[in-house]
Design a protein around this ligand. Structure first.
Ligand code: MN
Length: 736
């Protein structure tokens, strides 16, 4: 190992510090320099014994992170101070209280946020997800936490060379998976691009090197072309009095790689390896006009492709991106993308909206698209998923999604991810609107909740106070917000049922002269081998706990020693073997278990299965096997909590026995509609109808019909017929 030259290192540390000051100079106000100096000294002292994997003094890292914050994100003094100190609480003896004492509450809070989310490296994937969620939670306090974290990650990626191979892959994958999309969403384009390129370099070195080499080889030719393209325009722009900068901007290696991979093209076939960027210096109020004037000049000279005009100036992207893009036919018959924007727009595009507007350390509270996005995240975090991995998946879905713009009836524009449905839109308007949503009108036409909205749609949401979120809604919403709100509401509903059960149980206990104490309730749940008291209450409400079990429990409490363990077993689900001996060959409609035996069973009332449905058997306490549909609202809970009590079940053969099934019909209220529907059901299909129920609201009707059918096939035929009735928009089978 080389002798370490302490003096030279000290000099280098000071050098780097001076560079940092220079980078932040633009924003420094009175007293700021002293604060940065203090943070620098505290950090140097705290990290003095530490070295990075590369052997360099550790302090190089926090200085570099602060430098990125100042220079590449454009953050102010508070962020620079926090970046310098970002690893002190995590890795040294300095505490949050020390930071609070030396700097202040605000700084301590940001560093707390950065500390909680540190150590993402050596964790299992779910812990990583948990950490990421924590990071997003801190975002609701202060977006600077995320920005500093991104700077931290960027520096770690830039210095990844000295890490072990397996760590490189791990960190690089995580960067591609989470941090690059996050940077994109925050509008930090330059950082996003670099994170992606570095991510690719370490996860797919071969492709990265290959593309980098080809880019380099083709560079002289490209440069020549760009000069040829630019020259005439430059002249005209000058004549017209524009102060402008024009240059060729190469595509990132990562995006070229993606294009090759997803469009199955060769490097040589990619025509848009670069874009021409025109940046004009013009006052704010002339921005739009001037950009279009430049567009007009360009297209006078080069012929534009009509399909490839993108106006991100009239409608900026949610991350704040503003620019005018067009693709024109350049010299030598080559298509060239031209991006036109102002200096201000370019700064936002490269450094991010966040830094530009909100966090100049001046408390400037300008409302904008970024605020909108942050608000959405905050709402999402208010009802977080219990499972952190789910959260990440939902969240990522929304990070990557392309945006579409739609309108409310009053003409207000909303941004939603591509693939969003009418129900997503309802939840985007307001949680309550989503929860009570019964239908939607898109461009004045009635559509189902699952309708996938398209850019430019004008959407009116129909609500009813009686409506509550349904289990199947989960299957057709795509936004993380709607998903988590629905799950939350369903959980609440379960809780409400349990609450009812609690009261019923209290009365039952009272009748048995049993005290309704926490202790007794817990013991009773334990006696019945239930996982928790909530489950107990829920079952009581659903009438699944009989009086006998309470009586037995009373006996057990009086003489626990006499109440042998085997007695308690009768409250536990019996084994399949026992059921086989008890009920051999009682029914031949269903075959059950791995050996597909004929056993006695009951059809569950929660989802009323009929032959043809995908089903499973569930061994209940005291009621034998109950058959549920695989998509029964209770199935997920049963399958995940009591997997050992689930048995296979299959319909044996089609018998002409009638089963009760529910149908839900939606449509527009038209004359004679109900008559036509009942006609289809009774005369044409010879199906027995048990009940029919129609509701009309604002020209939209909703009906529930209970019918007796023989099989799913039979039911499907009926539904198909019903869909053809005039005015009917949607016919579905009821779930529960
Ligand atoms: Mn760090």
């Amino acid at each position: 190992m080389n002798e370490i030259n302490i003096e030279a290192e000290k000099k280098e540390i000071l050098n780097r510090y001076k560079m940092l000051l220079k980078a932040s100079k633009r924003r420094l106000e009175k007293g700021d320099k002293e604060l940065i100096r203090k943070a620098f000294e505290v950090a140097v002292d705290a990290h003095k014994e530490m070295r990075r994997k590369s052997g360099e003094p550790y302090i190089y890292h926090p200085i570099a992170v602060a430098q990125i914050c100042a220079e590449e994100i454009g953050l102010g003094t508070t962020s620079i101070v926090c970046a310098l100190l970002h690893d002190t609480v995590e890795d040294t003896d300095i505490t949050l209280d020390d930071i609070k004492g030396m700097f202040g509450e605000k700084e301590a809070k940001i560093i707390d946020g950065l500390t909680k989310i540190a150590g993402v490296f050596d964790q299992t994937s779910s812990l990583q997800a948990e950490n990421f969620r924590k990071m997003m939670l801190t975002l609701s306090d202060d977006v600077r936490v995320i920005l500093i974290k991104l700077a931290d990650r960027l520096h770690n990626m830039r210095t990844l060379e000295s890490m072990k191979r397996e760590k490189q892959i791990k960190i690089a994958s995580e960067t591609l998976y989470l941090y690059a999309p996050l940077a994109h969403r925050l509008g930090l384009n330059a950082i996003k691009t670099e994170l992606e390129d570095l991510g690719l370099k370490y996860t797919n070195t071969e492709s990265y090197d290959d593309i980098a080499l080809k880019l380099k080889e083709s560079e002289p030719e490209r440069k020549k072309f760009i000069t040829k393209f630019i020259e005439p325009i430059k002249e005209i722009l000058q004549e017209q009095g524009f102060k402008s900068r024009i240059y060729g901007r190469p595509k990132s290696i990562f995006s070229i790689y993606n294009k090759i991979k997803h469009k199955s093209v060769e490097f040589e076939e990619i025509y848009d390896l670069f874009a021409i960027r025109i940046i004009i210096d013009t006052p704010f109020e002339l921005e739009k006009t001037d950009c279009w004037r430049v567009y007009s000049i360009i297209t006078d000279f080069y012929h534009p492709s009509p399909e490839r005009l993108r106006d991100w100036i009239s409608t900026p992207k949610a991350n704040g991106y503003e620019s005018l893009h067009t693709t024109v036919m350049g010299p030598d018959g080559k298509w060239v993308e031209v991006q036109i924007r102002t200096k201000r727009m370019d700064e936002i595009a490269e450094m991010g909206y966040a830094a530009h507007w909100k966090y100049k350390d001046s408390g400037d509270n300008k409302e904008g698209q970024l605020e909108d996005w942050l608000r959405k995240i905050r709402e999402l975090l208010e009802s977080p998923e219990e499972n952190a991995m789910d959260f990440i998946d939902d969240f990522k879905l929304n990070l990557f999604a392309e945006e579409i713009f739609v309108f409310t009836p009053s003409g207000e524009m909303r941004t939603l991810p591509f693939g969003a449905t009418a129900l997503d839109f309802a939840f985007d308007i307001h949680t309550k609107v989503g929860q009570h949503c019964i239908g939607a009108k898109v461009n004045h036409k009635l559509v189902p909740l699952s309708y996938q909205i398209k850019g430019g749609d004008q959407i009116e949401i129909l609500t009813s106070n009686k409506q509550t979120p349904k289990e199947d809604w989960i299957s057709f919403v795509t936004t993380a917000k709607a998903k988590s709100k629905i799950k939350h509401a369903l959980k609440e509903a379960h809780r409400a049922v349990a609450e009812e059960g609690r009261e019923i149980l209290e009365r039952k206990f009272y009748k048995q002269k049993l005290e309704f104490t926490v202790q007794n309730i817990h013991e009773f749940a334990h006696f019945l081998k239930l996982p928790n008291t909530q489950e107990l209450f829920y079952r009581v409400a659903k009438d699944a706990i009989d009086l006998k079990s309470i009586k037995d429990f009373v006996k057990f409490k009086a003489h626990p020693e006499k109440y042998a363990a085997h007695k308690a077993e009768q409250h536990v689900a019996p084994t399949l073997e026992k059921l086989v001996t008890d009920a051999r060959g009682k029914s031949d409609l269903l075959v059950i278990g791995d050996d597909m035996q004929k056993l006695d069973y009951k059809l569950s009332t929660c989802c009323t299965p009929i032959p043809g449905d995908d089903v499973f058997g569930f061994i209940t306490v005291g009621e034998g096997i109950k058959i549920h549909r695989v998509n029964c609202p209770n199935a997920v809970q049963l399958l995940s909590n009591y997997a050992y009590r689930v048995v296979k079940a299959k319909w044996n053969s089609q018998h002409l026995i009638s089963f009760l099934a529910g149908i839900k019909i939606k449509g527009t209220d038209e004359l004679g509609l109900v008559n036509n529907i009942t006609k289809v059901i009774s005369t044409q299909y010879n199906v027995n109808m048990r009940s029919i129920n129609f509701d009309t609201d604002g020209g939209v009707f909703e009906g529930t019909i209970m019918v007796y059918v023989h099989s799913t096939e039979h039911l499907t035929q009926l539904i198909t017929k019903l869909k053809k009735v005039n005015g009917v928009q949607n016919v579905v089978r009821l779930d529960g």
